[in-house]
Design a binder for this molecule. Structure first.
Ligand code: ATP
Ligand code: MG
Length: 329
């Protein structure tokens, strides 16, 4: 089986965008691939986090990974900070990565503009830690959104550079492109993507929003002045809502347009809201059940960390030997 690695930062509440663009696809890969799904808490501290909140968000992310259907028997699910090999390999790879290539990363440019008061070295070397995440597991495929493509490129460059100097050490990973790359847009500003770090709560649907909150957010979602429910470049708001409807129901775009051909915006938005509520309700129920089962969550994360650590150590010790570190006795 080919190996897949992916991760999410515990940097806020998981959104419908994260679910439709990533998590939901991950659940479809678990039978055909050997998957590692990491909760990348070390990446999250590249911007300032409240410690209590970060710990809770990491736990919530674990709960939601499981609630959407990621099976801990089939996948390795773990916290990045529990597997110290990530940090160790990251340090070594730092020494094989150039300042010049890191300064070309658009995420660094974006995030350093947004967090001008805290442009720390970790924010700059974020892609090196991500390279370590991926390369430690001899990963074949990395499901990435458009936003992470550049980081996968630099991962490949670092791996090839290292292999070139010392002989083959790392598998060169490739991007995994899902069938339909759902990109969900912000409800109030449908020309930008829905993001869990958005301060405007009306832009996002959180996976754990109450049904009444979901219905209200859809009622308030930005539309446009003509009264037709159809896809169109001139209709970002309605197109986004239609896309969401299709993604949660499995209805085709054409069928969805037909279904709402004679509906007003009010009726249409209510239908979208109801479809999303119906999709999220079983997940929310499962989250509640899991939260009541603390021992189970602890056991999942403990065994996930142990399994990941064993694989990671094989790569790390090879690397340590190749660069010339004295062998431990
Ligand atoms: P942040 O605002 O903190 O960057 P985010 O919502 O962009 O949060 P990430 O942790 O950066 O979430 O990304 C997690 C995964 O979700 C990635 O695979 C990313 O491509 C995907 N993703 C994020 N936002 C969307 C969206 N609006 N539509 C579809 N997929 C998305
Ligand atoms: Mg993001």
């Amino acid at each position: 089986k080919k190996r897949i690695f992916s991760g999410m930062q515990p940097s806020g509440l998981i959104t419908l965008g994260n679910y439709l663009g990533a998590l939901n696809n991950w659940t479809k890969l678990q039978d055909d691939y050997d998957c590692l799904y990491c909760i990348v808490d070390m990446h999250a501290i590249t911007v300032r986090q409240d410690p209590q909140k970060l710990r809770k968000q990491a736990r919530d992310l674990l709960t939601q990974y499981l609630a959407v259907g990621l099976d801990p028997e089939k996948n390795i699910i773990y916290y990045q900070s529990h597997v110290s090999q990530h940090a160790e390999l990251s340090w070594i790879l730092n020494c094989y990565t150039y300042m010049g290539e890191l300064s070309r990363m658009t995420q660094f440019k974006d995030k350093s503009a947004k967090h001008a008061d805290n442009i720390n070295a970790g924010l700059f070397t974020y892609p090196v830690l991500m390279a370590a995440d991926i390369l430690l597991y001899q990963t074949d495929l990395v499901p990435v959104g458009e936003d992470q493509r550049q980081h996968l490129e630099i991962t490949r460059d670092i791996a090839m550079r290292f292999n070139g100097i010392y002989s083959d050490t790392f598998k060169i990973p490739e991007a995994y492109i899902g069938k339909v790359g759902a990109k969900i847009m912000a409800l109030q500003e449908p020309t930008k993507k829905m993001s869990k770090s958005d301060e405007n709560q009306n832009n996002t649907i959180a996976l754990l929003d109450e049904p009444s909150v979901i219905m209200n957010k859809f009622k308030r979602a930005m539309t446009d002045s003509d009264n037709q429910v159809r896809f169109g470049e001139d209709k970002p708001g309605i197109s986004n809502l239609l896309g969401i409807y299709c993604a949660v129901t499995g209805v085709s775009p054409e069928a969805a347009e037909r279904e709402f051909a004679n509906a007003g915006y009010g009726t249409f938005k209510t239908s979208v809201g109801e479809a999303v509520v119906a999709k999220l309700e079983p997940i929310q129920k499962r989250v509640k059940e899991l939260e009541a089962n603390k021992d189970y969550l602890d056991s999942v994360i403990k065994s996930g960390g142990e399994k990941a650590g064993r694989i990671a150590e094989r790569t790390l010790s090879k690397v340590q030997k190749k660069v010339g570190f004295p062998v431990k006795i």
